[in-house]
Ligand binder design. Structure first.
Ligand code: ZN
Length: 284
């Protein structure tokens, strides 16, 4: 499931689009260098990008893709874990969640590294550290540790009663990067939430992070690929769903939900193609 845009951002963007439609819908000029997907993927990748261009309301104006977040941080990403569950979390479970998050997020980042160790197509970061800066929970006693390795937000609920880390510290709420109201300052801000909800089926993903079932994530901690999470991270970086069509010759890949359980070669090149079309905003 894709929930991509900040609502307010979408409204502002829509207004802006009315004023200056050509400027925000025209594709920026692209350098042709360093774009060499396998020959059999050229056509389906082109189909995917045409589809994205014709269906995303603010493709080139939106500035909170995962790409933008990492660029703003100069090569890292900060996470808040939203533990929407009454299942107790031991120190060991906490550390396993952190380790799984780092490993799984790293799989997408590895897609941007060439076999010679260089960043693909001017991508500047060959490793992207994941920092878990906070946990949000309804009741403090659910978290069975007393150290201060992460900021703990207990009883701070969103409009629907789910625990969340302080909005003052969240990039979703402060896309200008102003974290002056965050108690720990910019260093303790979070770009994305890993939102684990008891009894939640399937997944959701967007610029705000990823939401999957708490039981699903904790039971998948030892898996090589936590594939629902991986799919949702794809959305964080702008990738689309494929509910009603398939690109030519591509039956099975992670972003076509239910057809693959790991990042495939086609997913990797869709990911790279998104960066290719975005990088000019960074002068790359
Ligand atoms: Zn999806």
């Amino acid at each position: 499931m894709r929930t991509r845009l900040a609502r307010l951002g979408a409204v502002i963007a829509a207004i802006f689009a009315l004023i200056a439609a050509p400027a925000v819908t025209a594709a920026p000029a692209q350098a042709a260098d360093q774009w060499s997907p396998p020959a059999n993927l050229v056509q389906p990748l082109g189909e995917v990008w045409n589809h994205v261009e014709s269906t995303y309301p603010d493709l080139y104006g939106f500035r909170n893709y995962g790409w933008d977040q990492i660029m703003a941080n100069r090569g890292s990403v900060n996470y808040c874990v939203r533990w929407e569950s009454d299942a107790p979390v031991s120190v060991a479970l906490r550390d396993q969640v952190h380790a799984a998050l780092k490993k799984q997020f790293g799989k997408w980042m590895a897609a941007m590294v060439e076999s010679n160790g260089a960043g693909h197509n001017a991508w500047p970061y060959t490793s992207v550290p994941v920092n878990v800066v906070g946990w949000a929970v309804k009741n403090r006693s659910t978290l069975q540790w007393s150290d201060n390795s992460v900021d703990i937000y207990a009883g701070r609920l969103d409009g629907e009663g789910a625990p969340q880390c302080a909005p003052e510290c969240g990039r979703f709420f402060h896309q200008d990067g102003d974290y002056s109201k965050c108690p720990g300052g910019a260093a303790r801000h979070y770009d994305q939430s890993l939102w684990l909800t008891k009894g939640f089926q399937g997944g959701a993903g967007g610029d705000w992070g990823q939401r999957v079932g708490q039981e699903y994530f904790t039971s998948a901690l030892g898996q090589e690929n936590i594939h629902i999470y991986l799919h949702e991270v794809g959305h964080t970086f702008g990738l689309d769903d494929f509910y009603d069509w398939s690109p030519t010759g591509q039956c099975c890949f992670l972003m076509k939900a239910g057809s693959a359980a790991q990042i495939t070669e086609f997913d990797k090149w869709m990911f790279r193609d998104f960066w290719r079309h975005l990088k000019s905003r960074y002068g790359l």
